[in-house]
Design a protein around this ligand. Structure first.
Ligand code: SF4
Ligand code: SF4
Length: 338
């Protein structure tokens, strides 16, 4: 059912929600941006509708809720293992359409490919999603080309237009509260963009010769293997394990999983001192093809959702969307020559 709310009504609804949920949305961290006098927009728990940032893209994605950058899995002593505590309270997560599509990718990776991951599952079961409408595309978004600009898989939606909040709610438990608080009851369709500034064309086929192509060599020098593109990506989901010891003898501590990046040194190392992808260009090839080709072969849809965050964050101004477009041209040429 759809509703329109004034700010006062929204604040009253928020107070009721907070009794049931922790609410996570894009919020502004003042002075925490790339430079000391710049801000950073990223996910965090908020306590008022005023804290929600509607008009800017979050630099980091909502995956920070489901895949924390350092998550304790269990605690151990010499003789016992104890699983870390489950989250008790449900979470309401505000996110845009591309990020909701990214959750579908994470679900495929963590719940549907082989045995379900218990730690992901127990957080996922506590998550409810509020779709934030997009009135305009940001410079680097290419969601329309990835088919992720629109989504129906939300629990609620919210649009903020001219001081009013427009919501669609699929959760019957809130009908009474929302009906009572609404300025008007009307059909609400979450806004979505139909045009973007950035466009990409996915290659229809990746010829085998492209795997060893010199195309990737440009990234050997340009990429500095910082891994930032992975950390901001809503669909990058790799992790590594860390054991933290509380005692010198190593018999008590905790095991954590922490984010890992296929772009940084050490990720592809194997026993005996070998490494599968030493050059940064080889890592770029692995990442790009995984995002637009390999994952799709298994699931039927690409992993990348076109959020453009990797383009925004790269300190070397390496553009993923530009890379895809150049790759598409190179693939066509390679096919002609094969
Ligand atoms: S690869 Fe880049 S554009 Fe695609 S989902 Fe990840 S961060 Fe977004
Ligand atoms: S953010 Fe840019 S420089 Fe850093 S690893 Fe990714 S592509 Fe390379």
């Amino acid at each position: 059912m759809g509703y329109c709310f004034t700010k006062d009504a929204m604040e009253a609804i928020w107070s009721e929600w907070e009794k049931c949920y922790d609410i996570y949305t894009p919020k502004c961290y003042h002075g925490k941006g790339r430079f000391s006098d710049t801000d950073c927009i990223r996910y965090g728990q908020v306590h008022s509708i005023d804290e929600v940032v509607f008009d800017k893209k979050a630099e980091y994605s909502p995956k920070e809720f489901l895949l924390q950058n350092a998550e304790t899995l269990f605690y151990f002593t010499e003789n016992h293992i104890q699983e870390s505590e489950k989250r008790q309270k449900e979470a309401l997560i505000f996110l845009r359409s591309c990020d909701l599509h990214a959750i579908k990718r994470l679900d495929a990776i963590y719940l549907q490919q082989g045995a379900a991951d218990n730690y992901y599952k127990r957080l996922r079961e506590k998550a409810k999603f509020v779709l934030m409408g997009c009135q305009k595309a940001f410079d680097t978004c290419f969601c329309t080309d990835m088919g992720t600009n629109q989504s129906q898989d939300y629990d609620m939606s919210i649009d903020y237009v001219d001081g009013l909040y427009f919501m669609d709610c699929k959760m019957a438990q809130w009908d009474e509260l929302l009906n009572g608080a609404a300025k008007s009851i009307q059909t609400v369709i979450p806004t979505y963009v139909t045009e973007t500034i950035t466009h990409i064309t996915l290659p229809k086929h990746i010829p085998q010769s492209m795997l060893q192509s010199d195309f990737w060599r440009q990234y050997d020098g340009r990429c500095i293997a910082c891994g930032r593109c992975n950390f901001v990506c809503p669909t990058c989901s790799c992790f590594t394990m860390q054991d933290m010891y509380y005692t010198d003898n190593g018999k008590a501590g905790e095991r954590r999983r922490v984010w890992a990046s296929c772009m940084v040194d050490g990720y592809a190392d194997v026993a005996g001192g070998g490494t599968y992808r030493k050059k940064n260009g080889e890592r770029m090839r692995y990442k790009v093809l995984h995002k637009i080709w390999d994952f799709q072969k298994r699931t039927g849809y690409p992993m990348c959702v076109g959020c453009g965050r990797c383009d925004d964050i790269c300190p070397e101004y390496i553009s993923f969307s530009h890379c895809i477009n150049e790759l598409e041209k190179a693939c066509k040429e390679a096919e002609v020559n094969e």
